[in-house]
Write a protein that binds this ligand. Structure first.
Ligand code: CP
Ligand code: NVA
Length: 312
């Protein structure tokens, strides 16, 4: 049996594949907007296991699968045997005999590794505590549409430098070769392991103003990620100096744009004037989840030009 190709972190794609996938996403977006039907996944099913809440990930995967001609199945641990103690491996063995793709949103990244090791079909990370690679596909697609890519650009990530989004941005910078500047309180900078594995194009700063100097794009994320709710009060106080607001955007390069994976908390990590202002790309970024993930599902299913490239 051929081993399935999984997408658990951004570095599961090499630079050539990632760039081809982004180009393909641009083309699929054009087709969708033109109303052209394209249904290579007719008769196929995507199982979506959500252990955490979601708006964008669920809607984009379910809609994307429908647009590609397939079907998506929403599974919550509350209603499956997974929530009653059936092992991850047994669940993976069973589900992957019935469906063609699996997307999982979970807590420990290790859960995804265990599931994918026992799965016959491709597994996609729809967010874990460690990584959010699908969001990066959408963010990179947004940059691609704006500038044709991030080559020669500098991105500043301001906020929780130790969270899933920061880590996926580090991987993106390493794969594509752009500069990433992370601004975070000392205790929320990327850890030594993250810096060793993925920090080759990342510089870290403990002052937000320094982090955004010379950047073309300022990115932030929630200060309290899902699963960290107990730390919320403490985090609110510690991250206060890392709010992305008008004065901070003024410190970035003139014309610097703003992105946020959403959901956003106006008045916390970002002010309303930045979030809803002319430099904000957040709504295009959110829509791009759909187009980028369609390109990903097409590729992992062995269809389209990116799959042809590697002879899947
Ligand atoms: N950005 C993102 O993953 O959003 P959801 O949590 O709504 O899926
Ligand atoms: N870091 C956030 C991202 C939400 C899309 C979280 O994990 O909750």
């Amino acid at each position: 049996m051929k081993t399935a190709r999984h997408f658990l972190r951004l570095q599961d794609l090499d630079g050539r594949e990632l760039e081809a996938l982004l180009h393909r996403a641009v083309e699929l977006k054009r087709r969708t907007r033109a109303g052209e039907a394209y249904t290579p996944l007719a008769g196929r099913t995507l199982a979506m296991i959500f252990e955490k809440s979601s708006t964008r990930t669920r809607v984009s995967f379910e809609t994307g699968m429908a647009q590609l001609g397939g079907h998506a199945l929403f599974l919550s641990p509350r209603d499956t045997q997974l929530g009653r103690g059936e092992s991850i491996e047994d669940t993976a063995r069973v589900i992957s005999r019935m469906v063609d793709l699996v997307m999982i949103r979970t807590f420990a990244h290790e859960n995804l590794e265990r599931f994918s090791a026992a799965s016959r079909v491709p597994v996609i990370n729809g967010l874990s505590d460690g990584h959010h690679p699908c969001q990066l596909l959408a963010d990179l697609l947004t940059a691609q549409e704006l500038w044709g890519g991030l080559e020669g650009k500098t991105v500043a990530f301001v906020g929780d430098g130790a969270n899933n989004m920061a880590r996926s941005w580090m991987e993106a910078a390493q794969i594509l070769g752009f500069s990433l500047r992370i601004g975070a309180p000392e205790e929320f900078l990327p850890g030594p392991q993250a810096m060793t594995e993925n920090g080759s194009n990342t510089r870290v700063f403990t002052a937000a103003r320094e982090a955004v100097q010379g950047s073309h794009m300022v990115v932030t994320d929630v200060w309290t990620s899902m699963g960290q709710e107990d730390e919320q009060e403490d985090r609110l106080a510690r991250f206060r100096p890392f709010q992305v607001n008008g004065p901070l955007m003024a410190e970035a390069g003139s014309g610097a744009v703003f992105m946020h994976c959403l959901p956003a908390h106006r008045g916390e990590e970002v002010t309303a004037d930045v979030m809803d202002g002319p430099r904000s790309l957040v709504w295009e970024e959110a829509e791009n989840r759909l187009h980028a993930q369609k390109a990903l599902m097409e590729f992992l299913s062995g269809f389209g030009p990116v799959a042809d490239m590697e002879g899947v």
